[in-house]
Design a protein around this ligand. Structure first.
Ligand code: HSE
Length: 440
């Protein structure tokens, strides 16, 4: 059978990984796919020209040439950004080509439109490389867990953020120093705000939640909080209480709706996922039949992400000649079966909470704080009161840090407690609030 021709939109870090893997493992991959697979053309900007020449890949600076080239069967989009990637993908679909994309922002924001166009045209749009790089998490959730009702998932799905928090926890380093190093590692997004403010993780969580619960992609509904406000103090206090702080994407299906949230989270330090450090990613999925399963691996990088692209290419090649109605649906559930279960607003979230306040070192302060929790019927799980810190002259400061862990409660109630505590004259500075997830 004639080999399948692949066109690469972008020959940067991921594109080069794809080209190298397809070349190096050509025989093994053809044995799996049932046909040879070759990269015939690539659109390039600066990088990748030498590699293209050495692998006999013809190059162009105009990506539109590839999506309009009748000899190309599969387009792999690894350019990133919303435009022109969206326009190119829609054109490729219109031209009857199957598409693989590593573009998480594009799927999270425009996926509903892209999948609708693909469904109508009878082509596949695959996106394994868009979430957690080399971890086959889309395949695992969409196919491997197809028997299950998925209850919740929680993931460390941004390597840059995890690297920063790991370094702060293990070496007591400052946020800004570690960010510079993370950028040098080549993991960070073009705009580092996407990593540190949780936007990249929110893109990925949007996709995971859709395939886990069978809901349309709803990026705008994800509650997103980054790690830029995490201080070394909170990392140290969390540690004293037996927790580590991780930046998690959490999706939970409740009877009344779905929680979609990305935020720094205290996790008990003995949990497996609490020990996922550096740039590694991990996704923990709680399902009714199998129970908890966890998926761990590199969340970015040339060949790790290239591995996910090539796995999608093999899947597409196997399914190309199948009846489109018999293919795995893009979002795991049959298109007509997508649910309109609402995404819950943040005041409806349920979690335990870590609160840190700075209270004047005088009698009666704790009683005032506790009275507020008592009135709101919020149970306290643990309290840690530290000695006053010494100022530059060695004199004890007038305030002392007080750290509280609450039991699970609605977020709206915690917000009310924070407002009341902040109004106490004896409490100075902003109250720090972090969510706590047991993940048991
Ligand atoms: N900036 C992303 C990360 C790259 O740090 O995980 C992979 O999506």
């Amino acid at each position: 059978m004639k080999p399948v021709n692949v066109g690469l939109l972008g020959l940067g870090t991921v594109g080069q990984g794809v080209a190298q893997i397809l070349d190096r493992n050509a025989v093994e991959i053809a044995r799996r796919a049932g046909r040879g697979i070759r990269v015939t053309r690539a659109s390039v900007r600066n990088q990748g020209k030498n590699l293209a020449a050495s692998l006999d890949i013809s190059t162009t600076s105009d990506p539109a040439e590839l999506v309009n080239d009748p000899s190309i069967d599969i387009i792999c989009e690894m350019m990133g950004g919303e435009q022109p990637a969206l326009e190119l993908i829609l054109k490729a679909i219109e031209n009857g080509k199957h598409v693989i994309t590593a573009n998480k922002a594009l799927i999270a924001i425009h996926g509903n439109v892209i999948f609708e166009a693909a469904r109508k045209r009878g082509v596949i749009v695959a996106f394994e490389p868009a979430v957690a790089g080399g971890i086959p998490i889309i395949k695992a959730i969409r196919e491997g867990l197809a028997a299950n009702r998925i209850e919740w998932l929680a993931g460390i799905i941004n390597g840059t953020g995890n690297f920063i928090l790991s370094e702060m926890a293990s070496k007591g380093r400052k946020f800004s120093d570690v960010l510079t190093e993370a950028q040098a590692l080549g993991y960070a997004e073009a705009d580092p705000e996407f990593d540190v403010e949780g936007i990249d993780a929110a893109h990925k969580l949007t996709i995971l939640a859709s395939i886990a619960f069978g809901i349309p992609l709803q990026f705008d509904a994800v509650f997103t909080e980054g790690i830029s406000k995490i201080s070394r103090k909170d990392v140290a206090y969390a540690n004293e209480l037996g927790y580590v702080i991780k930046h998690l994407g959490v999706a939970k299906s409740r009877d009344d709706g779905i929680e979609l949230r990305v935020h720094p989270t205290l996790i008990p330090s003995q949990r497996l996922i609490a020990n996922v450090n550096g740039v590694m990613n991990a996704v923990l999925v709680q399902s009714d039949a199998v129970g908890p399963t966890m998926y761990y691996g590199p969340g970015a990088g040339s060949e790790p992400t290239g591995s996910a692209v090539v796995a999608d290419i093999v899947d597409v090649v196997r399914a190309m000649s199948a009846d489109p109605n018999q293919r795995v649906p893009h979002l795991a559930f049959q298109f007509k079966e997508l649910s309109d279960k609402p995404v819950l607003p943040s005041h409806e979230f349920e979690s335990a909470y870590y609160l840190r306040l700075e209270a004047l070192d005088q009698p009666g302060v704790m009683a005032d704080v506790m009275a507020i929790f008592g009135e709101l019927e919020i149970s306290i799980e643990a309290i840690l009161q530290k000695e006053a810190l010494l100022d530059a002259n060695g004199v004890a400061e007038q305030s002392v840090p007080v750290i509280l862990l609450t039991r699970r409660v609605k977020e709206g109630l915690i917000q009310t407690a924070i407002e009341r505590i902040s109004a106490l004259k004896s409490v100075i500075d902003e109250v720090v609030m972090l969510r706590v997830e047991n993940l048991g």
